[in-house]
Design a protein around this ligand. Structure first.
Ligand code: HEC
Length: 427
C-alpha cells in the first residue's frame, strides 16, 4: 500500500506541476502580450528568453489564416492530475474510512462517508457551472464571493462529518474537480469548436473562446488554495483545529489576493499591497492558531465512545487492564517533586496504550508494518524527545491517535499536556 501510495502521489505531483505550470505560464503570457500595433489578425506578441534561446510568440485574434500541421493541446496534464487525485483519495481515505476519513467517534459507516465525499464532488461541478451561467456570471466580483462562501461552507459541512484531513482534502478535491470540469466541459469544447470552424472556413463564434478564457482564469485563481490544501497534511494546526474551516478561509483569501497581484502587475502595481497584507495575514493566522489561543479539546471531548469490537486494531480496550509498561525501560520510582507534579509512569502507560500499538519499532496493530512517520514511543527517552510533537498531535490538535481508534480520553490528553507544560521530565 505504501508503494502504491508513493507511486500515485508522485505521478499526481508531476502532472499537477505540469498542469499548474502551464496555467501560470499561459495566464502570464496573455497578460504580458505586447498589444501595441499588432500585425494584421494578431492580438499581440511577446518576446522571451529561456534556456539559452530567444522565443517569439504571437497570439491570433481568432484564427490563423491557415491551420498549422501540428497544434499543441494542453489537456492531459489536467485529466491525469484529476484521475491520479481520485485514485489517491481512494488509497488514502476510502480504503480505510474509519482511520482517515471519518471524524473520531463518528456514527457514520465508512460507506456513508464515502458516499458523502463522492456526492459532494459531483454536485460541486454542477452547482458551480450553473452559477457561472446564471445572471451572477456577469458580475465576476459577486460570483467570486458567492463561490468563496460556498467552498468554505462545504469545508464547514465536511468538518462536521469528516476528520480534519478528510474535510480539507475533500474541499481541495471539489475545487480540483471544478477546475478539471472547466477544462473538460468548457475549455476543450470551445477549442474544438474553434479549430473545426477554421477547418471548415467559417468565422468562429467568439463567444466560446471568451468563455474558455474566463474559466481558465477561474482555474488560475483556484490554484493557490488547492495547492495549500494538498500540502496541509503536514500542518496539524490548520486542519486539526476546531476552526479548521475558518483557517482555510483565511488562507484562501491570502492566496487569492496574492494571485490577483501577480495577475495584474503587468499593467499596474495598484495591488502591490497584496504582498505585505498577505504576509501579515499569514502571521495573524500563525498567531491565532497557536496553542495559547486555541481552546484545547475540540469535538473529541464531547464524544462518548462505544467499546471497540474486541481488540480490533491489536490495541487494548479502554476497559481492559492497562498493559504493564515495558519493565526494562520503566523509570524508577518517579517522585512528585522531580516531575513537577505529573507522574511520568501515568504518561508512559497512556502512550503505551493509546499510541504504541502503531508507534513502535514493531507495531502490534495489523494496520502498520513499521512505525508510521518513523515515530516510535518504545522508550521514555523517545517519548521525551518527541514531547513537542506529541503536544501538537495529541493535545492541541487532537488528530492523533488517528481516528481516535485507541479511544484516548480528554483526561489523558490533559495529562499529557500538563506533563509537557511542566517540562516533560521522565524521572
Ligand atoms: C492507528 C495508528 C496510530 C495511532 C494509535 C497513533 N498514531 Fe500517530 N501516526 C499514525 C500515522 C499513520 C502517522 C503518519 C502519517 C500521518 O500523519 O498520516 C502518525 C504520525 C504521528 C506523528 C508525526 C506527525 C508529525 O508530522 O509530527 C506524531 C507525533 C504522532 N503520530 C503521535 C501520536 C501520538 C502521541 C499518539 C497517541 C496519543 C498516536 N500518534 C497514535 C498512526 C497512529
Amino acid at each position: 500500500m505504501e508503494w502504491l501510495n508513493l507511486g500515485v502521489r508522485w505521478i499526481h505531483m508531476i502532472v499537477g506541476i505540469a498542469w499548474i505550470g502551464a496555467s501560470f505560464y499561459f495566464v502570464w503570457l496573455e497578460n504580458n502580450l505586447n498589444r501595441a500595433n499588432p500585425r494584421d489578425g494578431l492580438s499581440g506578441d511577446l518576446w522571451a528568453i529561456h534556456g539559452g534561446g530567444i522565443y517569439h510568440l504571437e497570439k491570433y485574434k481568432l484564427a490563423p489564416p491557415t491551420m498549422p500541421d501540428n497544434l499543441h493541446w494542453f489537456k492531459w496534464e489536467a485529466y491525469w492530475t484529476w484521475m491520479s487525485g481520485i485514485v489517491l483519495l481512494c488509497i488514502v481515505f476510502y480504503s480505510n474510512p474509519t482511520l482517515y476519513l471519518l471524524a473520531p467517534g463518528s456514527t457514520l459507516s465508512g460507506g456513508e462517508g464515502i458516499a458523502i465525499g463522492v456526492g459532494a464532488l459531483i454536485a460541486s461541478w454542477f452547482i458551480y457551472d450553473l452559477l457561472c451561467d446564471s445572471p451572477l456570471g456577469k458580475r465576476p466580483g459577486l460570483l467570486g464571493l458567492v463561490l468563496f462562501v460556498l467552498v468554505i461552507g462545504a469545508c464547514y459541512g465536511f468538518s462536521q462529518v469528516f476528520s480534519g484531513r478528510g474535510a480539507y482534502l475533500h474541499t481541495g478535491a471539489i475545487i480540483g474537480t471544478i477546475m478539471v470540469g472547466n477544462v473538460f466541459r468548457i475549455i476543450m469544447p470551445a477549442q474544438r469548436a474553434l479549430v473545426a470552424a477554421i477547418a471548415e472556413n467559417r468565422t468562429p463564434d467568439p463567444m466560446l473562446p471568451a468563455k474558455g478564457l474566463l474559466r481558465s482564469r477561474h482555474n488560475n485563481y483556484f490554484t493557490l488554495p488547492v495547492l495549500f490544501i494538498m500540502i496541509s497534511n503536514h500542518f496539524p494546526s490548520t486542519y486539526g483545529s476546531q476552526y479548521n474551516w475558518l483557517i482555510l478561509a483565511g488562507i484562501a483569501v491570502v492566496a487569492v489576493v496574492v494571485r490577483h497581484y501577480f495577475n495584474t502587475r503587468h499593467n499596474s502595481h495598484k495591488f502591490a499591497w497584496a504582498l505585505p497584507v498577505g504576509a501579515l495575514g499569514m502571521i495573524c493566522l500563525a498567531y491565532v492558531t497557536g496553542p495559547a489561543q486555541m481552546p484545547r479539546g475540540p469535538e473529541v471531548a464531547k464524544i462518548e465512545y462505544q467499546p471497540l469490537p474486541a481488540t480490533a486494531i491489536g490495541g487494548h480496550r479502554a476497559d481492559e487492564p492497562k498493559p504493564a509498561a515495558a519493565p526494562a525501560q520503566a523509570p524508577a520510582e518517579p517522585t512528585q517533586a522531580s516531575t513537577g507534579g505529573v507522574d511520568f509512569e501515568k504518561v508512559h502507560s497512556v502512550i503505551q496504550e493509546r499510541c504504541a500499538v502503531c508507534h513502535s519499532a514493531k507495531p502490534t496493530s495489523p494496520l502498520f508494518s513499521s512505525a508510521p512517520g518513523g515515530i516510535m514511543f518504545d522508550t521514555p527517552q523517545q517519548i521525551q524527545q518527541l514531547a513537542p510533537r506529541i503536544q501538537a498531535q495529541a493535545v492541541t490538535a487532537q488528530i492523533m491517535p488517528l481516528g481516535n481508534i485507541t479511544q484516548m480520553t480528554q483526561q489523558e490528553r490533559d495529562l499529557l499536556g500538563q506533563w509537557i507544560d511542566k517540562g516533560a521530565q521522565t524521572n
